[in-house]
Design a binder for this molecule. Structure first.
Ligand code: FDA
Length: 396
């Protein structure tokens, strides 16, 4: 059994948050050890954004993050914002582009972001221990001690950057929650976010639409997202559904406006169509606004069809209203295996919003997705990883 010279900090997790934190602390002269059980750093970064990493968003605002305390993320997001991360990207000559809705991607590959984060870690200050499983973790008067195999590592500070539960097959674990609980910090019950939703058997007629995508407005209470929805063999996916899934709770229903291009209050559009061309078929008219395969299923369900002139006005009005407010109750989500993020996590009430340190045990930090802060789809979650990692790195 050997014991290494002490580090100033041990970071658990070589994802976006951990690497950012270690780089910042290393540049401030701190000796940092990063421990990760994966063989390579930044695996989630590598698979993100279809391999091009949607690394931030020009529209980052605190209200686009979900947390039991909606104010918690403000300080970190302000102190290290999207512009500062973009400046870093440009300093490393990584070409980027805006795709849509403020989402910034690499022109080349997500590998460039991982390379950049590693290059930001001064080699004489930051040590990376990959493929390293934590066998024991102790805390005492001299700080934290972690045993990896035969070696004990020591440091007065421990940064937990081990992420949430999403995508266990690339290294996700519940370590952050177990450590929080061990040190008396509450955990907001984790649940899958940015995740496809599963429809009940009674909606099996939609399965024939697998692969069909259309623009919708997905709604849950006051929250709404106007983006694409995609029918899948189990239910619904696509950006609008992933976004709204983060606001959905089991047992609740969601609403889709299937006619987002129609101005509000245009529930009369089928009636006008009837007046203009009574011999035209309903399916033909509806096919102008929604894909005809979907129109067919919707009309079968509504039990209406044929020539517009033969359909009662109130049936046309009710159909239009249903299309504007199509309600469905998912039976579940595709779970952590498919969720892009984990909602919930280490309770922010126990952490300093400036440093991410535990207020009760100042040497203990939690950053990134492990914390109960979850962003929208579109680069928000990486920005939280960078901002919270930077905040802790400044404090070490
Ligand atoms: P992250 O999960 O990245 O890192 C945690 C690290 O801790 C991992 O390396 C893991 O191996 C290690 N670890 C875990 N348990 C451990 C243990 N017990 N012992 C040792 N090490 C342990 N976001 C975004 O903003 N833009 C995007 O384009 C995408 N795209 C995207 C695609 C897909 C498929 C997914 C799954 C997710 C995204 N995201 C995203 C979300 C984003 O990837 C995520 O929020 C951040 O990577 C979180 O960074 P962290 O560093 O907090 O955790």
């Amino acid at each position: 059994m050997s014991s290494n010279a002490p580090f100033d900090a041990i970071v658990i997790g070589a994802g976006g948050a951990g690497l950012m934190c270690a780089g910042v602390a290393g540049q401030r002269g701190r000796r940092v050890l990063i421990i990760d059980h994966n063989d390579a750093p930044g695996r989630k970064i590598l698979i993100s954004g279809g391999g091009r990493c949607n690394f931030t968003n020009l529209e980052v605002r605190p209200e686009r993050f979900i947390s039991a305390n909606p104010h918690f993320a403000k300080s970190a997001l302000r102190r290290f914002d999207a512009a500062q991360f973009l400046a870093l990207v440009e300093r490393h000559h990584i070409a980027w582009h805006e795709k849509t809705l403020g989402q910034l991607f690499c022109d080349g590959s997500a590998r460039q972001i991982v390379r950049m984060l590693l290059d930001e870690c001064p080699a004489d200050r930051v040590t990376l221990a990959m493929g390293a499983s934590i066998d024991e973790l102790e805390h005492g008067g001299d700080g934290f001690r972690i045993r990896v195999g035969d070696t004990w590592h020591r440091a007065p500070a421990l940064v937990v950057a081990s992420g949430g539960l999403s995508i266990p097959k690339i290294g996700a674990s519940s370590l952050a929650y177990r450590l929080a609980e061990r040190f008396g910090i509450a955990v907001v019950t984790p649940r899958p976010g940015l995740v496809p939703l599963v429809l009940p058997e009674s909606d099996a007629d939609f399965r024939g639409l697998t692969g069909l995508s259309l623009e919708v407005i997905a709604r849950s209470g006051d929250v709404r997202f106007r983006e694409a929805a995609l029918f899948t063999h189990r239910g619904l996916s696509g950006p609008a559904i992933l976004q709204i899934s983060s606001y959905w709770r089991e047992g609740e229903s969601l609403s889709l406006d299937l006619l987002p291009g129609c101005a509000e209050g245009r529930d009369e559009f089928l009636l006008s169509g009837k007046q203009i061309a009574p011999r035209r078929t309903l399916i033909n008219l509806l096919g102008e606004s929604v894909p005809s395969r979907l129109a067919t299923v919707l009309l079968e369900r509504a039990g209406v069809g044929g020539a517009l002139g033969d359909i009662r006005d109130r049936d046309l009005r009710r159909l239009a209203q249903n299309l504007r407010d199509w309600r469905f109750e998912p039976v579940g989500s595709a779970g952590f295996d498919k969720a892009e993020v984990t909602i919930g996590g280490v309770d922010t009430a126990a952490l300093s919003s400036k440093t991410m340190a535990s207020t009760a045990l100042p040497g203990l930090y939690f950053i990134g997705e492990a914390v109960d802060v979850t962003g929208w789809l579109g680069g928000y979650n990486f920005q939280w990883a960078w901002s919270s990692g930077w905040a802790a790195g400044q404090a070490l």
